[in-house]
Design a protein. Structure first.
Length: 255
């Protein structure tokens, strides 16, 4: 089967609906999810307790009377917590790459599908099945640069930061992008500060970056104008907008 057909969803996997004993289902690699969050107290658990299972889980055959989960980890765990012995499931048949694409596709677009989940899902498709970043971006409607970021992030983060993400910590993407260029020991220090709720350094660095970019833009703007009353008028306007008396001095020196 051509890879282009898989990427464009031109093929339909064979599906069978049935009820399967929970004891017959193995989690396997669970390609679609890296982070397995506890379901206790979750809205999904409350919904299944009240209304039952609305969407069946998806599984594939892995041997005699054994099945491997393709998608639906949260629903499967909720069923275990609720004491169910069996669950409605859709059995799909397909090649490993087809099942991996299905597993990732089931999760893309979900609000709780973290960038860390995506990093490992895209890495699996890239390393195990040979999909290019462009293939992945096309299949799941992602920007190519975003996919490339996801592929590079795991190898640039320190082991402690990765372990924190594996536990389900939702470290903001903006912080991860800044941390990835730091040495591991500095990443670990920032991780400890983030866990302690100390964002002083991050906020100060963000403000410094904003101010630096602003200074560079204003300096470049003034460089276009020769010394004149008009240039002084622009400087006075900057003083008014920024409320920073030291800024015009900086501009006169650099301009």
């Amino acid at each position: 089967m051509a890879l282009s057909e898989l990427l464009l969803n031109k093929t339909a996997l064979e599906r069978t609906m049935t009820k399967i004993a929970l004891s017959d289902i193995d989690l396997g690699d669970n390609v679609g999810r890296r982070v397995r969050r506890p379901v206790d107290g979750s809205p999904l658990l409350a919904s299944m307790s009240r209304s039952g299972l609305i969407n069946p889980i998806t599984i594939s055959r892995s041997g005699d009377n054994r099945y491997q989960l393709v998608s639906g980890y949260g629903r499967l765990e909720c069923a275990r917590v609720l004491g169910w012995t069996a669950i409605d499931a859709t059995i799909v048949s397909g090649t490993p790459v087809e099942l991996s694409l299905l597993a990732v596709g089931e999760n893309v677009g979900r609000q709780d599908y973290s960038i860390w989940d995506q990093c490992h899902a895209y890495q699996h498709l890239y390393l195990q099945h040979g999909l290019t970043p462009a293939d992945i971006a096309s299949r799941f409607g992602r920007h190519l640069k975003y996919v490339q970021l996801c592929l590079s992030l795991p190898r640039k983060l320190s082991p402690k930061v990765q372990a924190q993400l594996d536990k389900g910590s939702t470290i903001p993407v903006t912080l991860l992008m800044r941390w990835r260029v730091m040495p591991p020991e500095r990443q670990d220090k920032r991780r400890a500060m983030w866990l302690a709720g100390d964002t002083t350094v991050e906020k100060a660095e963000k403000r410094r970056r904003i101010e630096t970019r602003a200074l560079e833009r204003y300096r470049d703007l003034l460089a276009l104008a020769p010394p004149s009353p008009e240039r002084e008028a622009v400087i006075q306007s900057l003083e008014y907008l920024l409320g920073d008396a030291s800024l015009p001095t900086f501009l006169r020196v650099k301009g």
